[in-house]
Design a protein around this ligand. Structure first.
Ligand SMILES: [Ca+2]
Ligand SMILES: [Ca+2]
Length: 414
């Protein structure tokens, strides 16, 4: 309209264009006056609404302030309660701990006795097994049968090495054996290992995949295998297996599982008196925790209200009604910062630190506020990547209109 107006309604450029041009000035002037009147009407209505908003906001602010005061009072009472319950809790936990410790100690002592008995039995059993000639002494020669005790595990357990294990003597009696035992108990295997040093053999992966050599003859009919398939390694291994079979039908050297004993027995339940101390303490803990939770809740409420009171809701709190409401791009959790130019700071609000934008800055939204009777989003756009613009009308920014209409008239006449 404006462009048309300057182009055609005055006669400044008619000579050049040669276009026939109707003078639309009067018409346009009327329309302009109408729209200005409409705007003035909106401003007037909007300002009325704004005054209402201010009134409500002030009321709301006062309510919040008195709510904070009330909560502060509650907080003090809750704090006292927490402290009182803490004392009760700690008083109940002391005898609880003592009773539980007593129970645990008795249990551990009992376990230690059982363990000591087990150890003793084990030593006695080992001694009997090692004392092959049953003369009441374990000799170095007798010890040699247990190749797993060879200190350097080189496949040869010499008599000298066995003597070393016995503490440098030829024989030990049951008393001296207890000392020897503490040195050998980790290695000792109650069933003597077979002489074949099978575990030391270098084993090829192929070997491990082979089935037990029980049905050897069937699985490896040597006659059927052509010469070229029988490499040397395989030959050796097969020889070994055959040797195994011939020696004795011993199962592969699996160590007897010593951990099979029930080492980890569960602690027996508490006696009734200990349990009742625990129950009392638990109840005190629960009550304390609950009071503490209540205190935190009161604290959070106070903090929330204080934050709301401290936010910049405009010079007369006129923007307060927008808080906690969700308008499209903005979120109810945040309150941006006013960022309009100096003379109208409250015309723009900027929300920074939005969620990260893919390969871009954090999303930010600028809300442009203009006077309107309603609180509505007029448009949203993305002028540059990840930066959004929302145009928003609200009565909160309506200015007090001039007292008479004359001013508007003056304006239009110019
Ligand atoms: Ca002996
Ligand atoms: Ca050795």
């Amino acid at each position: 309209m404006r462009a048309y107006l300057t182009d055609c309604c005055d006669t400044t450029d008619e000579y050049n264009s040669g276009a026939t041009c109707q003078n639309t000035c009067r018409d346009l002037g009327r329309k302009e006056r109408e729209s200005l009147r409409e705007l003035a009407e909106v401003a007037k209505e909007g300002f009325k609404l704004k005054e209402q908003l201010i009134h409500e906001a002030k009321k709301g602010l006062e309510e919040k302030q008195s709510k904070v005061a009330e909560l502060q009072f509650n907080k003090k009472a809750t704090e006292d309660k927490v402290e009182a319950l803490r004392v009760v809790k700690e008083a109940a936990e002391q005898p609880e701990k003592e009773a539980k410790d007593r129970h645990l100690k008795a249990w551990e002592e009992q376990q230690a006795v059982i363990q000591a008995e087990k150890d003793k039995a084990k030593i006695a059993e080992a001694f009997l097994r090692l004392d092959l000639d049953a003369d009441g002494l374990v000799s170095a020669v007798e010890l040699q049968s247990h190749t797993e005790l060879d200190p350097d595990s080189d496949g040869m357990f010499t008599e000298a090495e066995a003597q070393g294990v016995l503490g440098g003597v030829e024989t030990v009696d049951t008393g001296a054996f207890e000392t020897v035992w503490s040195n050998i108990k980790e290695k000792y295997v109650s069933e003597p290992q077979p002489d074949i040093p099978a575990p030391e053999d270098p084993q090829t992966p192929e070997d491990t995949r082979e089935p037990p050599p029980e049905s050897d003859s069937e699985q490896y009919p040597d006659d059927d295998i052509p010469e070229e398939y029988e490499d040397d390694d395989q030959d050796e291994e097969e020889d070994d297996e055959e040797a195994d079979d011939e020696d004795e039908k011993v199962p592969p050297t699996v160590r007897p599982t010593e951990t099979a004993e029930e080492d980890e027995q569960a602690m027996p339940p508490y006696e009734a008196d200990t349990q009742s101390l625990i129950d009392v303490a638990q109840k005190a803990r629960d009550e304390f925790d609950e009071a503490e939770r209540a205190l935190r809740a009161v604290d959070d409420q106070i903090k929330g209200l204080e934050k709301e009171i401290s936010l910049d809701f405009g010079p007369s709190f006129e923007f307060a009604y927008l808080y906690g409401q969700c308008y499209d791009l903005t979120t109810s959790e945040s309150w941006g910062s006013w960022s309009g130019p100096e003379d109208s700071v409250y015309s723009l609000m900027k929300y920074d630190h939005g969620t990260g934008c893919w390969q871009g800055p954090n999303r930010s939204t600028t809300v442009k506020l203009t006077c309107g009777k309603e609180t509505v989003v007029m448009s949203t756009s993305e002028p540059s990547r990840c930066e959004y613009l929302m145009e928003f009308t609200t009565p909160a920014v309506c200015q007090e209109p001039p007292s008479s209409d004359s001013h508007i008239h003056d304006h239009t006449e110019l």
